[in-house]
Design a protein around this ligand. Structure first.
Ligand SMILES: *Cc1c(COP(=O)(O)O)cnc(C)c1O
Length: 390
């Protein structure tokens, strides 16, 4: 069990009296994240960025150790980056593709992933195809099994989509992709920090995640996990003097691990903040945090449909902490803005972010309420009452 009072006391943003329901967008960090990042910026201002970083080499190495502990991976299989999209693209653009190759994307796939897939398909002559969803809304595993053949080079599995509570059966989809030798890239942007993640159990080849959402880290942080063999064999499309060494007039050597997917320059304060965020989550216990998030999301899924004109839009069997809904006769933006006027923060997810899924369901936008473990049930009820007043 999570000590709600402790978690709230650790979160400066909880003190303001507002209701915060946007951890799927950009969450409220715990104080330790804020202090770690700000203290480092101050130190850089005192002695310069290089000496300040050198003072924190141990803590910087601990960032990957903590991420590894969170997802059951070695530090050498993690590449830090500035966003989930950067990490996803770094992996995706390094996969060799040729004419006739097939790329499969989830129906709930994120626009940035789909756009990248379409761009590479144009450049290489590969094709991009949608994995159908079953009647519950999750990836249709039977259809996927029929769809795959040895021309499929990559399957993009969206773990928890940005526009609602679905959690896709990633391990099962991965097993099917591997049966034809395809690689699986898991977009775990909305699941990391929320659901317990075990890359060995999921067996994915790569996973991308961001810092600012459920992990409650600083903006401009993210990471890529790569299966260790791939971290030693894939060549990134772009290199620098950190991802590779210049060893002769005509020669360079790639870094021996996932750091070949990193550039040298980074926001050190942000990285230290990310490390603090992951360590904070590990201290709370990822299982406890997931239980707390699930209980809050389920509370909303029960309360919102009681309001006339409100429809919860979550699909699938297993649900994430993202609760999506629409209000009859009101645009998502209007709902968001009217709630913001009462100091309640939700966001709107537009069709363009998850085009295949939203157009398939005839939705132009949904309102997204994503409560983290620091949100109290009183606050949830204040939100529900405010929606009822709309
Ligand atoms: C937010 C989001 C992303 C992008 O994350 P960035 O850190 O902004 O690059 C990718 N996939 C999903 C499902 C998301 O919700």
């Amino acid at each position: 069990m999570l000590a709600e009072e402790r978690v709230r006391a650790d979160t400066p943003g909880c003190m303001s009296g507002s209701v915060f329901l946007d951890s799927a967008g950009s969450s409220l960090p715990p104080r330790v994240v804020l202090d770690t990042a700000i203290d480092h910026l101050r130190r850089e201002a005192e002695i310069g960025g290089y000496r300040a970083a050198n003072e924190r080499l141990g803590d910087l190495a601990a960032v990957k150790t903590a991420i590894g502990a969170l997802i059951n991976a070695t530090p050498a299989s993690i590449a830090l980056s500035d966003s989930a999209t950067r990490s996803w693209a770094d992996f995706f653009y390094s996969i060799p593709l040729a004419a006739g190759d097939r790329i499969l994307v989830s129906e709930a796939d994120y626009a940035s992933n789909a756009i990248a897939a379409l761009q590479r398909a144009r450049a290489t002559g590969a094709t991009v195809e949608k994995i159908p969803s079953d009647s519950t809304g999750q990836i249709d595993l039977d259809a996927l099994a029929k769809l795959v053949d040895e021309r499929v080079k990559l399957v993009s599995v969206l773990h928890a989509p940005t526009n609602g509570g679905l959690v896709n059966p990633a391990a099962e989809a991965t097993r099917i992709a591997h049966s034809v030798g395809a690689l699986v890239l898991l977009d775990a942007c909305q699941s990391t920090g929320q659901l317990p993640i075990d890359v060995a159990e999921l067996d994915v080849d790569a996973l991308s995640a961001t810092g600012r959402k459920w992990l409650r880290g600083p903006r401009g942080t993210g990471f890529l996990y790569l299966r260790p063999e791939l971290a030693q064999s894939l060549e990134p499309g772009r290199l620098d003097l950190h991802s590779a060494s210049w060893v002769g007039a005509d020669e360079y050597r790639l870094a021996p691990d996932a750091s070949r997917f990193e550039f040298w320059e980074c926001d050190v304060a942000g990285r230290l903040g990310l490390g603090a965020a992951v360590q904070y989550l590990l201290d709370l216990g990822p299982e406890n945090v997931y239980a707390a998030i699930s209980a809050r999301a389920e509370h909303l899924r029960e309360a919102l449909p009681e309001i006339p004109g409100v429809t919860v839009r979550d699909i699938g069997i297993r649900h994430s902490g993202i609760v999506s809904f629409t209000v009859d006769g009101l645009e998502g933006i209007a709902v968001r803005d009217r709630l913001a006027a009462q100091d309640i923060t939700v966001t709107v997810s537009h069709a363009g972010s998850t085009l295949l899924d939203m157009t398939g369901r005839g939705l132009s936008s949904v309102v997204r309420a994503s409560p983290h473990c620091f949100v109290s049930f009183d606050e949830l009820d204040r939100f529900v009452a405010a929606v009822a007043q709309l």
